[in-house]
Design a protein around this ligand. Structure first.
Ligand SMILES: NC(=O)c1ccc[n+]([C@@H]2O[C@H](COP(=O)([O-])OP(=O)(O)OC[C@H]3O[C@@H](n4cnc5c(N)ncnc54)[C@H](OP(=O)(O)O)[C@@H]3O)[C@@H](O)[C@H]2O)c1
Length: 248
């Protein structure tokens, strides 16, 4: 598997699953533009990986974000071969306890921002017969009591993935990975209290046939494979569960 010299944009790149994706993509020889809101973790990764890595401290849902991200990748690495839409917002709660503004906020980060980033990168992606990978969730296809808003945004991301795969073929491939539970900082920021989070973690572990959470690198390697035309040149519109069997 090689991504030698390709210019890859990764959002939410510095922690959790994004970090696992970054590790694989850099090791495969790509030049990478990392995106996240906080500068420090991005700078730490850029220092670690050297000149093959640039970063943009940017909220992906802010006006003009996609333009700035694509401009940085184009300035530093001459264009964009691939976009990995990984940044995500997960806020849990039952419908009658949830603020509708949360739905808008999740939709903005989980659906609108990925679409806008692909739109802005499209001239580059088309010219280079590039590729997009969206990080969805098993929540897109499972029923999600207590997490309905989040699940709905990921279902929308799946829909976007499949429609764009047809719309942009044969120039640009568009796929999604649906991770099962992975131990990341996300689990401390869902809005649930500590006891409810622990109950959910126990429930997720017991309902996952492989009996454990996944590792960020286990998602990262699948992203690398989808980006690599030698491995996946005939794969587009795929929604791939990498989930320890949770959707089996
Ligand atoms: N962990 C799981 O069990 C799991 C399962 C299925 C799917 N997923 C999906 O996997 C993706 C990564 O999540 P994770 O679990 O790795 O969580 P995480 O560690 O919290 O990572 C999220 C990353 O996205 C960045 N980010 C968040 N909002 C952003 C915004 N508005 N603009 C730019 N960057 C933003 C964060 O950095 P800053 O805070 O610095 O912005 C952070 O690096 C998400 O799409 C999530 O829905 C996770």
């Amino acid at each position: 598997m090689t991504l030698d010299g390709k210019s890859v944009v990764i959002t939410g790149a510095a922690t959790g699953i994004g970090r696992g994706i970054t590790e694989c993509v850099v090791k495969a020889g790509a030049r990478v533009t990392l995106v996240g809101r906080r500068e420090e973790p991005l700078r730490d990764l850029a220092d670690r990986y050297g000149p093959a890595v640039a970063y943009v401290a940017q909220d992906v849902s802010a006006p003009g974000a996609a333009e700035r991200i694509v401009a940085t990748a184009a300035d530093r690495f001459g264009g964009v071969d691939a976009v990995v839409n990984n940044a995500g917002l997960a806020r849990f709660g039952r419908l009658d306890e949830s603020d509708p503004a949360l739905f808008d906020a999740m939709f903005a980060v989980n659906v609108r921002a990925p679409a806008e980033l692909v739109r802005r990168a499209l001239p580059h992606l088309r010219a280079r017969r590039g590729s997009v990978v969206n990080i969805s969730s098993v929540g897109a296809v499972l029923s999600m009591p207590g997490r309905s808003f989040y699940g709905a945004t990921k279902a929308a991301l799946n829909s976007l993935t499949r429609s764009l795969a047809r719309e942009l073929a044969p120039d640009v491939r568009v796929n999604a990975i649906m991770p099962g539970p992975v131990d990341t900082p996300m689990w401390n920021e869902t809005g649930l209290d500590e006891a409810a989070t622990e109950r959910l973690r126990v429930d997720l572990r017991s309902s996952t046939p492989m009996g454990r959470f996944g590792e960020d690198t286990e998602i990262g390697r699948w992203v690398c494979m989808l980006l690599d035309p030698e491995s996946s040149g005939w794969v587009t519109g795929a929604l791939i569960p990498v989930d320890g069997g949770r959707t089996a």
